[in-house]
Ligand binder design. Structure first.
Ligand code: GLP
Length: 264
């Protein structure tokens, strides 16, 4: 893996700080490729969307096209999806995954799972429970890839006032989006917050924290506060990424200098 400028063990997991994002994407892609190879190609991956993993997916596609990395026997489960949303909507995470990764690798379509933003309201709970059962049936997640929201969310598990042990054990479910999340998402919806769906479906904290390894990425100054609170603050339901403290031995943080600037 490209060498980070700095590495340390923190209360929230192993932390790698890179001077620039490019080697960070390469290192993250290497960890994913290694997970697949270690499992003889049969890995089960939890994937994320947002602006953060775009470059990483470009590199993974290159690993496939030039490095012979096969996804034929890989299963993927995406963290979240807006609700309601059509898979044809340019802002759906289903389309994002198709454009940035699935169409560029050899993953069979029936192994690439994204929560369905079209299920009727009455079927949401069953669909979410089924999604978790599919993951278990696939042997559980070998690696969960995460970004972090400016408010410290993981997936769309937003800050809450629940006791931490409850907030860290939430099931996959429908969630109202936090105002900070809606404001950040507006850039994808023509700059208009009113066009951002009010809800999303998200893999729950319980399933995320159950993954056998967790790789969380953050770049840029806008993530610095959330990163510092998650890594150096207390475990708090106000900062869902702080739940990573509870499973620190299996967590890797890869961040750039800008995202590291609020760490003490
Ligand atoms: C989004 C997604 C998360 C993502 C996070 C950061 O709203 N729900 O899964 O990791 O917020 O997004 P970005 O990478 O665009 O900053």
């Amino acid at each position: 893996m490209p060498a980070p400028a700095q590495s340390s063990t923190t209360a929230a997991g192993q932390l790698f700080i890179f001077d620039h994002p490019e080697p960070l994407w390469e290192a993250a892609a290497d960890q994913i490729a290694q997970t697949i190879r270690r499992q003889q190609g049969r890995a089960t991956l939890g994937l994320a969307t947002g602006s953060t993993p775009r470059a990483l997916y470009r590199i993974l596609a290159r690993h496939h096209q030039e490095g012979g990395l096969s996804f034929q026997n890989v299963s993927t489960y995406n963290l979240d999806e807006y609700y309601p949303i059509s898979p044809l909507d340019p802002n759906s995470y289903r389309l994002y995954m198709h454009q940035h990764l699935f169409s560029k690798i050899d993953i069979p379509p029936n192994r690439a799972h994204v929560l369905d933003g079209t299920v009727p309201e009455s079927a949401v709970e069953a669909h979410c429970a089924e999604f978790e059962r599919w993951i278990e049936h696939d042997g559980g997640l070998d690696l969960q890839l995460l970004g972090i929201g400016r408010n410290g969310h993981i997936g769309f598990n937003e800050p809450s006032n629940l006791p931490p042990d409850q907030a860290a054990a939430l099931p996959t479910r429908k969630m109202p989006l936090h105002p900070v999340t809606r404001a950040d998402a507006a850039r994808d919806f023509g700059g208009n917050e009113a066009h951002v769906p009010a809800f999303a479906l998200t893999l729950g904290t319980r399933a995320i924290l159950s993954a056998r390894a967790i790789l969380i990425l953050a770049t840029g100054p806008s993530k610095a506060e959330a990163v510092a609170k998650a890594i150096q603050g207390p475990v708090s339901s106000q900062v869902p990424a702080s739940f990573l403290h509870t499973v620190a031995p299996k967590v890797t943080w890869m961040i750039d200098r800008a995202a590291a600037q609020a760490l003490r």
